[in-house]
Structure formats: structure tokens, C-alpha cells
Design a binder for this molecule. Structure first.
Ligand code: FES
Length: 579
């Protein structure tokens, strides 16, 4: 909640003036070296220098068009009287980067913050979109707190295969199960490789990418509605140019991200998350973003909102449309009109107007894609927070993407001690498992993974697939891809690797899940649990050097946003000395 008016900064008050406008030998060198790159003195003397932080790379398929889009941003910056400079940053292509992009989200956040701090820039346009790039860029920009606009890469266009809509990620898992069940052929599987992701852009389902870009849009950090524009739509390039033009004004107005990401804006993002039926990954990212902004956000807030806001976006995996359909139905601005009475419409956004101004006049054009409140897509809570002796610090489940018949379930545990163990045994013909079993995966959390990989949608054992089983209760301290579905209890905290109760589960133990009661319990005699606890030994450090050892020593738990302890909000870091 804020007014859009701020005193204009003078050219002499620009941050870049510290590098360029001084009358000393060091400023001479800054001007000299900038001119060495072909810029004219008048381009940067007293003009806002805008960093375009670009997560393009040739191994980031969702961002492959971001070099072109950076040029559109530059056109906008030049036209408004600024000077754009492109700064490359870690690309984090979700599917290709191993062991998991989540391990590197905090690295991108740190890189973004330090890129902005160490260079003579006055503001930033952040180019990202693939899952962890959105939180990584936004967390870094919040910590540095220079005026910034986020530009989402945009979702890829619809794909169809043999008459049916197919969504990136969601249908990969569906068809993989069909292949293992013998319902499609190996040739079909090969054909699908080239058909499911047919254009530039991020996953076209309401996965983590579409969820996070929409939440950042709802918080006011993008040009209004930018998150819904398909990557290959000509409007996407125009939006980029608009962002470039606008960031110059934002610098002079000195509107910084922490002024936009307020408690009210975070609440708006929470409501939006539920109405989208968005990815469970948003829980961990939103907590981390809020804390970078110095705000409080706990898991109970997600549960409260999940109880009162139903899923309205009829998009995979909760629904049956794709992001392009969502865009044609009116996109995020139209969805926000559906939940307007639950939002704080007075929140300031980067275009200088309020959220309410931005969505005024937006309309829903297709009622089945963006549903009214009285005809939601799913009745189950979009995201529910579970607690119990198996998850004292919480766990989550996307009830709207789970089989309602499993929402209350008691079954015997089939335990895998880590992902390698699970991969080796899950399809063994003599695995003691049936449809009522609860599959448990240990050592897949922030420290144990490491990086909390998206292993939480454990595959259904092949012999059960052959019986027609397509969902089971699964419990882990891992995350799940936002494009996936199933009765998967995720983010169990504290994680098993550091001695959370999940570490104590044994084959055959009874586990009780009750989503309505928000309960996850291990039904084992307390004396027996105490005996197992006494026997448990903490694993020693696995990494003696490098980034993995930094993760091992400093990453937080899922309920805490999995941020590094030394990157959370704290006293401001002084600006670098210019000498
Ligand atoms: Fe990049 Fe899904 S793989 S958004």
C-alpha cells in the first residue's frame, strides 16, 4: 500500500554518478573504459545506467529467446534516456541442470545482488522465467534494493499430440507411466520428445515457472499482466520494450523493490497462488522472498489462504488447459478481478500505478478457463499444510492435484533410504508393496538431497501401474515439480538427513494422512521411536570444499525458505568504495 509519487532524483544523485561524474583519476578510468566499449561520453554521463540481468544460455531452453528480448529492453531504455548494459547471470535451465536447480537458486540470488552492487548501475531489468530464476533474481534484487522490473520469459505455446492437449512436464510423467504400463509404444515415446515443447518459452502448464512469474506479477514487480503473455507472441517483445522504457522513470522516482514487496503485496501473492492452483514450490520461494524483504511469512498463512480461496485457473496439472488458453481467457489481470475483494488493490506496482488501477477493466473472456468463485476447478485445498509427529515443523500437500480418495488414508510404509535406493528397487517384482502402501523417500531435503530435488512424486511401482493404479500416498522431504500431480506429501520438516522424524520410519510402520484434519502421523509406539532415535547417527559432512559444502553448512529448512543463513535480511551492506 503506497502512493506512486516520489521525489525525482537529480542526475547528480544517480548511483552511477559515483563512478562517472567525479573529477579524479579513477572516474577518468571509468569513463575511459566505458568509451573503450564504443559508448559515447554523453550516453552515460548523468544518465541512468540500467543493468539487464540476463539468464540466457544455450543450455537454458526456456530462455533461448532472452538475447532477443534483451535487445527490446535496450530499445526501451534508450528511448527513455537511459543507458542499458547487459550483465549475464547463471541460467538454471530446470530440466538440464543437475543435481537440481534449487541448489543454485541461492547462488543466482547472491550473484544478482553482487552484480548490482559491484557495477555502476542505477536500476535493473531482470530477465528470467524458468523455475528457480524468478525467485533467485527477485531475492537478489530485494537484497540489493535498487529499482528493478522483472521481465518473465513467457510460457511456450500450446502443444497437441494425437488430438489431445499436452503440457510440458505434466504429460511427460503421464506418458512415462503409460509407457511403463504398456499403453503407448517406444516409438510413441520417441515421437513425443519432439512434440511436447514446440516453441520458445517456459513450461506451458501452471508449473513452478508460470506460478512464480504470476506471483511476482501480482506483487507488482512486472509490467501488468506480463507473466501471461506467451513467449512467441509479438506482444512479449513489446512488453519487454515497455519495461525498458519504464525502468528509467522508476530510477528517477527512486521506487525500490522493498517499497513494492510489502506485507500486503505478499498477501496478494498468497491469494493468487491459491486461485491459480499453483506449484507447491511457490511455498518455499515465497517464504524466502518475503524474508529477503524483511517480512514475516509462515506456513500457517498458506494453510489459512488455502482453506478460503479455491482454484479458479483451469490449467494443468489441476485443470485441463494450457497457459496460452489462460492468456486468451484474459490472463492474470482477469483472474485477479475474480479475487479482487481478497486483494489489497492499493499496492504500488512498478508502472507507478496501483494493482487496482492495473486490473480495472480486465475481463474474463472464457468462463471455463478462468472460473467464477462459485464454480471452482477443484474443491480440495490448493495447498494444505500438514503437521504431526512425522512433520513437527510442517509438510505440504497439493490437495487439488491429488486423488480425493486418498485424502484420508492409513497405510504401511515402504521406505527408500535415498533416491538411488528408490531407483534401484521401485520396480522390483518382489517389492512388498500394494496400492494401500505409503511410499517414503528419505534424505531428499535441502541438506540431504542436496538442494531438495523434485523427487517427491515418487514413481508408482511398475507392477501396480499394470494393475491400473495411478496414484498412491507418497511422503518425502523433497519437493515436487509444479507440473506434477498425485497424493504427494512434500517438504517434510525437519528433514531426515538432519534427524527429523522421517529418518526414523521403517518398512511396515503405519502412516496416517488426514488432509482435512491437516495431520501426518507415524503410528509407532513412542518408546520404540525413542529407541530408534537413540540409535540414529548424524551423517558426517559429505563435501570438503566448493559450493556443495556451502549448501551443506548454510542452507535452511523448507519451512524457512531454504535460503542461506548469511543471505537473509539484515543490516544493509555498505555501497562499495570507489577508488
Ligand atoms: Fe523451464 Fe519448465 S523447464 S520452465
Amino acid at each position: 500500500m503506497s502512493d506512486a509519487k516520489s521525489p525525482r532524483r537529480t542526475r547528480e544523485q544517480l548511483r552511477s554518478a559515483r563512478w562517472y561524474l567525479a573529477n579524479d583519476m579513477r572516474a577518468f578510468a571509468h569513463r575511459q573504459r566505458t568509451q573503450q566499449m564504443g559508448f559515447r561520453r554523453k550516453d552515460f554521463m548523468g544518465r541512468p545506467v540500467i543493468a539487464i540481468v540476463n539468464t540466457w544460455s544455450e543450455l537454458s531452453p526456456c530462455h533461448i529467446h532472452l538475447r532477443d528480448r534483451a535487445e527490446a529492453v535496450k530499445r526501451g531504455v534508450w528511448s527513455a534516456g537511459g543507458m542499458p548494459v547487459e550483465l549475464p547471470a547463471l541460467s538454471l535451465g530446470e530440466v538440464i541442470v543437475k543435481p537440481t536447480t534449487m541448489m543454485y537458486r541461492n547462488m543466482l540470488a547472491m550473484e544478482t545482488e553482487e552484480l548490482l552492487r559491484s557495477h555502476p548501475v542505477d536500476g535493473a531489468v531482470l530477465l528470467g522465467g524458468c523455475d528457480k530464476t524468478t525467485p533467485g533474481l527477485v531475492m537478489g534484487a530485494l537484497s540489493m534494493d535498487l529499482p528493478a522490473i522483472y521481465v518473465p520469459a513467457g510460457p511456450m505455446s500450446n502443444a497437441r499430440w494425437r488430438g489431445q492437449k499436452v503440457g510440458a512436464g505434466t504429460h511427460t510423467r503421464k506418458f512415462w507411466d503409460e509407457l511403463r504400463a504398456g499403453k503407448i509404444t517406444a516409438d510413441d515415446w520417441v515421437e513425443l520428445e519432439s512434440r511436447m515443447t514446440r516453441t520458445i518459452g517456459t513450461c506451458n502448464t501452471m508449473g513452478t515457472a508460470s506460478t512464480m512469474t504470476a506471483l511476482v506479477d501480482a506483487m507488482g514487480l512486472t509490467m501488468p499482466g506480463a507473466s501471461s503473455i506467451p513467449a512467441s507472441d509479438s506482444g512479449h517483445a513489446r512488453m519487454c520494450q515497455d519495461a525498458g522504457e519504464r525502468i528509467v522513470g522508476l530510477v528517477f522516482e527512486d521506487v525500490r523493490p522493498k517499497r513494492i514487496v510489502t506485507q500486503a503485496a505478499v498477501s496478494n501473492a498468497l491469494v493468487t497462488l491459491m486461485a491459480l492452483g499453483g506449484s507447491t514450490n511457490a511455498v518455499v520461494h515465497l517464504v524466502a522472498i518475503a524474508r529477503r524483504a524483511g517480512l514475516g511469512l509462515d506456513l500457517e498463512a498458506f494453510d489459512r489462504e488455502g482453506r478460503r480461496t479455491p482454484v479458479l485457473a483451469n490449467v494443468f496439472p489441476a485443470g485441463d488447459n494450457l497457459m496460452e488458453d489462460f492468456y486468451f481467457a484474459g490472463g492474470l489481470p482477469a483472474l485477479l478481478t475474480r479475487i479482487a475483494d481478497r486483494l489489497d488493490l492499493s499496492c504500488l506496482t512498478v508502472n507507478g500505478r496501483t494493482l487496482g488501477d492495473n486490473i480495472a477493466g480486465a475481463k474474463v473472456w472464457e468462463e471455463d478457463v478462468i472460473r467464477p468463485l462459485d464454480r471452482p476447478v477443484a474443491t480440495g485445498a490448493p495447498i494444505a499444510v500438514l503437521r504431526g509427529n512425522l512433520a513437527p515443523d510442517g509438510a505440504i500437500i497439493k490437495a487439488s492435484a491429488a486423488d480425493p480418495k486418498l485424502a484420508r488414508h492409513r497405510g504401511r510404509a515402504v521406505v527408500f533410504r535415498d533416491h538411488a535406493d528408490m531407483s534401484a528397487r521401485i520396480d522390483e517384482p518382489d517389492l512388498a508393496v500394494d496400492a494401500s502402501s505409503v511410499l517414503v523417500l528419505q534424505n531428499a531435503g535441502p541438506v540431504g538431497g542436496p538442494g531438495m530435488p523434485e523427487w517427491g512424486a515418487l514413481p508408482i511401482p511398475k507392477k501396480l501401474l499394470a494393475q491400473g493404479i495411478r496414484d498412491m500416498v507418497r511422503v518425502s522431504d523433497a519437493r515436487m515439480s509444479g507440473t506434477h500431480y498425485g497424493t504427494c506429501v512434500l517438504h517434510v520438516a525437519p528433514e531426515s538427513h538432519i534427524g527429523g522424524p522421517l529418518a526414523l520410519v521403517r518398512d511396515g510402520d503405519w502412516i496416517e494422512l488426514d488432509v482435512a484434519a491437516r495431520r501426518l502421523n507415524l503410528d509407532v509406539d513412542p518408546a520404540e521411536l525413542a529407541r530408534r532415535r537413540a540409535e540414529w547417527r548424524a551423517p558426517g559432512p559429505r563435501y570438503s570444499r566448493g559450493y556443495a559444502s556451502l549448501v551443506e553448512r548454510h542452507i535452511g529448512q523448507a519451512n524457512d525458505g531454504a535460503d542461506f543463513d548469511f543471505l537473509k535480511a539484515g543490516a544493509p551492506i555498505p555501497e562499495p568504495e570507489i577508488y
